[in-house]
Design a protein around this ligand. Structure first.
Ligand SMILES: CC(C)(COP(=O)(O)OP(=O)(O)OC[C@H]1O[C@@H](n2cnc3c(N)ncnc32)[C@H](O)[C@@H]1OP(=O)(O)O)[C@@H](O)C(=O)NCCC(=O)NCCS
Length: 207
């Protein structure tokens, strides 16, 4: 059935453009959801799109399916010693077009570009429960998966945190942290910052 759809759909992969930034960001918001991908959702924000679009334009690609945004892939190169790694940072396909080969096309184009740029090794990471992604990357030949444990600590519940704040605070002995200016633009949740990320929600429900 998937192959039937592939023959009917025209999938074009091209470099991301300025006008794609918002649609890509919103597509990512729908895909990297709290319930399904707690770890991914935690790190997905508009800076992921804007930042890579600025620093890695040749590795920020979108797929158009019959002229509609069908998916995107965002990668970067990492050079360590004499090795150059191609890191697939984000890959997302609109649910309406999943299992029609969109990810294959995006991946193939990205890898072509990475190889041209000197990559000899590819890396990708995802949540262990993300069956679709694991199947996809396995099909592409990735192996040696190892689970990665993400630890977190709610500092505000530790004595050490309070001691440090009392010592330094905001310079007036106050126990509120100094607000530091971020290079990142405000997120969509903006003034709604009290709405926590997934992992924080888990922490907050702890006794
Ligand atoms: C993972 C993902 C990108 C695959 O996109 P896709 O366009 O459906 O994939 P393709 O059609 O190109 O590739 C299909 C292959 O991927 C796997 N796959 C895709 N969707 C799947 C699903 N829902 N369940 C199981 N396997 C799936 C299959 O192995 C499939 O093999 P096939 O070609 O024999 O059908 C897509 O499911 C997605 O966007 N998921 C949400 C975001 C995400 O988790 N991204 C990865 C981490 S950044």
């Amino acid at each position: 059935m998937a192959s039937e759809r592939i023959t009917r759909l025209e999938i074009t992969v091209r470099e991301m453009e300025l006008d794609d930034l918002a649609p890509v960001y919103h597509l990512g918001e729908r895909l990297f959801t709290c319930d399904l991908y707690p770890f991914l959702y935690r790190t997905w924000d508009e800076w992921e799109v804007v930042g890579h679009y600025n620093t890695d334009p040749e590795f920020s690609l979108v797929a158009e399916v019959d002229d509609v945004l069908g998916g995107f892939i965002i990668g970067t190169l990492i050079s360590k010693a004499s090795w150059t790694y191609g890191y697939i940072v984000w890959l997302g396909v609109d649910q309406a077009f999943q299992s029609t080969g969109v990810a294959h096309k995006l991946y193939d184009k990205l890898v072509e570009r990475m190889v041209e740029a000197g990559a000899r090794y590819l890396i990708a990471d995802t949540d262990p429960s993300n069956t679709a992604a694991l199947k996809f990357f396995t099909k592409k030949g990735f192996k040696g998966e190892r689970e990665h444990v993400v630890l977190s600590l709610n500092l505000s519940r530790t004595e050490r945190y309070r001691t440090i704040l009392e010592k330094h605070g905001n310079g007036h002995g106050e126990t509120e942290p100094r607000a530091k200016k971020s290079r990142r633009p405000k997120t969509a949740t903006g003034k709604n910052q009290e709405k926590p990320f997934c992992s924080t929600t888990v922490l907050d429900s702890e006794p």
